[in-house]
Design a binder for this molecule. Structure first.
Ligand code: CTP
Length: 136
């Protein structure tokens, strides 16, 4: 008898100034399947999406995420419009997003399971940058 196909999970993010909220979402995403693929947003996409350059370049952010034990594969997410393409390209069975995106990706329910995970409270890259640069 053949064994069941491995379950692939895909998630996306900038993962700039890597923090424990990032680690937790990656660990919890990995726990939902057998193989975790992470799309790390391109510098250009981050600039458009968040209105600032990331602190760490896409090459650095990619290297950090790729080095994590629960991560099997990484790629650069070039455009928010390509989610369906990436889900299909990596044959993902599950799409995981933070619940700041709750409901926004339900349209992909026709090709994979869509799971929103609660964000880790009280930490974000934006807050860290403000704190480190001398803000509150
Ligand atoms: N995330 C999380 N808990 C946090 C911060 C982020 O679970 N406290 C998750 C997001 O929901 C997303 C992934 O980590 O699934 C990458 O988020 P990203 O936008 O890169 O990190 P933020 O810290 O939210 O960055 P920013 O402050 O720039 O929005």
């Amino acid at each position: 008898m053949s064994s069941p196909a491995p379950r692939t999970v895909i998630t996306f993010g900038t993962f700039d100034v890597f923090h424990v909220g990032h680690l937790k979402v990656i660990e919890r995403a990995a726990a939902l399947g057998d193989r975790l693929v992470v799309g790390v947003s391109a510098d250009e996409l981050n600039l458009r999406k968040k209105g600032r350059e990331p602190v760490f370049s896409q090459g650095e952010r990619l290297a950090i995420v790729a080095a994590l034990k629960p991560v099997d594969e990484v790629f650069v997410e070039e455009s928010l419009e390509l989610k369906r393409h990436y889900i299909q390209q990596y044959a993902a069975d599950v799409l995981v997003m933070g619940d700041d995106w709750a409901g926004k990706f339900d349209e992909f329910g026709d090709i994979c399971e869509v799971v929103y995970l609660a964000r880790t409270p009280a930490i974000s890259t934006t807050a860290l940058i403000e704190k480190i640069s001398g803000g509150s």
